[in-house]
Design a protein around this ligand. Structure first.
Ligand SMILES: *Cc1c(COP(=O)(O)O)cnc(C)c1O
Length: 413
């Protein structure tokens, strides 16, 4: 969208990245189902390869593609739309969120380096930094209170004592604890250091509508597009946005890894992104009502919802600075431990019991025996996950139907 106006994310989500003039004036983007692209001439082939390897690549929808593993028009469109949504210069889109995290680690870390991350992080990310990276000579360090400067600085100091600190990876809000990392504080700490580590955020939990980290100074904003952007639990994808200079090496590595998003899924994602604003708003309104219903229910012992962050607390001040809404994924506990939680789950008729989040349908999980099964109990306890903990990802159904289903299942718990 290069007409110079400052469109809002909801508008960019519908329009950015596609110009009908590039595709026979079709009002909506076509799918380019091709693995390779014909050169117009020998000189054109040489020019295209030069543009690719010099990093000046094709304009969106323009000529200049070589082979779909290197890039294709569907990927250009999705990347332009994601960059616009995040307010960033450039984007790289991959076939999963984990492929995106892995490309960031392999591009920006070398043997001997160290990294710092917030805790908890998504299980796959934890595995990348604690299982794979140490085998390549990279040492991980973590902090647990992301709003406490001394806590963050202690992890940074430990990391720098072990080797050059190259990345600070934060996930905020954390899943499923809703703990926050103060983004501006981490950016400020990173800016004081030499060499200056890149600040990478995993923005999956709130998504591009409710949290815009590039404006807060992070270098790379990663999102699992499988969740709110895909939004219908029918595709896997991941993306990262930032400056052209930081995104270009990720695109080159993607060619080597072969982890680009295919043409059909790129089209599906482009279509889904049009409604990410509507879906995020509706899911959040539903989640708020359900969280309030659960908080007042006698069989529920606690509700951990970002929207309930105590006024006057440090966490609240951070929330007000960096999030524009509380999102729609949260945890709660029932009285009676695992047995009561299982009775409740088995009585649900409308809510689906499945991992993942951010879909149009409401999903519920029992983290201790599913997503966090392999996490040692002490570690689960430290982030507040026990046998009675359930995690909800609220969808866009009618809220009364959702509450009705929860009510009848709680009666049995
Ligand atoms: C799901 C998820 C990922 C991984 O994304 P995939 O698309 O499943 O690979 C990373 N981070 C967070 C916070 C997630 O929820």
């Amino acid at each position: 969208m290069s007409d110079g106006r400052n469109y809002r994310p909801e508008t960019l989500a519908v329009h950015a990245g596609y110009d009908p003039a590039t595709a026979s004036n079709s009002a909506k983007p076509p799918i380019y189902m091709t693995s390779t692209f014909a050169y117009a001439s020998a000189q054109a082939a040489k020019d295209i390869h030069e543009a690719y390897f010099e990093g000046t690549g094709p304009a969106v929808g323009g000529p200049g593609h070589i082979y779909s593993r290197l890039g294709h028009p569907g990927l250009d469109m999705v990347e332009a739309r994601l960059a616009a949504l995040d307010g960033a210069e450039a984007a790289a889109v991959f076939n999963t969120g984990m492929a995106t995290h892995t490309a960031i680690a392999l591009t920006y870390l070398r043997p001997g380096d160290s990294i710092v991350h917030s805790r908890p992080v998504y299980g796959g990310t934890d595995g990348l930094y604690h299982l794979l990276m140490p085998q390549m000579g990279v040492q991980p360090f973590a902090f647990t209170d992301g709003c406490d400067e001394a806590n963050i600085r202690a992890a940074v100091d430990d990391a720098r004592a072990a080797g050059p600190l190259k990345l600070i990876v934060i996930e905020t809000p954390a899943n499923p604890t809703a703990a926050l990392v103060d983004i501006a504080l981490v950016v400020r700490i990173a800016a004081e250091l030499t060499p200056r580590p890149l600040v990478v955020i995993d923005n999956t939990l709130l998504g591009p509508i409710f949290q815009r980290p590039i404006a807060l100074g992070v270098d790379l904003c990663m999102t699992s597009l499988t969740k709110y952007c895909g939004g219908h639990s029918d595709l896997l994808a991941g993306g990262v946005t930032g400056s052209k200079a930081l995104i270009a090496p990720l695109l080159l590595l993607r060619t080597t890894l072969g982890s680009q998003l295919d043409p059909f899924t790129s089209w599906l994602l482009l279509r889904s992104m049009e409604t990410v604003g509507l879906r995020s708003e509706r899911a959040m309104t539903n989640a708020w009502a359900i969280a309030e219903y659960l908080r007042d229910h006698p069989k529920v012992s606690s509700v951990t919802y970002l929207g309930f962050t105590a006024p006057g607390s440090t966490q609240r001040a951070v929330y007000d600075r960096q999030c524009t809404a509380a999102g729609s994924t949260f945890a709660f506990r029932v009285h009676g431990g695992e047995a009561a939680a299982f009775r409740f789950l088995d009585k649900l008729r409308l809510l689906r019991f499945a991992v993942s989040l951010g879909g149009s349908e409401t999903l519920i999980t029992h983290p201790a025996t599913t997503t966090h099964y392999s996490v040692p109990q002490a570690s689960r306890d430290s982030v507040g996950i026990d046998g009675s903990t359930l995690r909800l990802s609220v969808g866009i159904e009618h809220v009364d139907d959702l509450i009705g289903d929860i009510a009848q299942a709680l009666d049995a718990a």
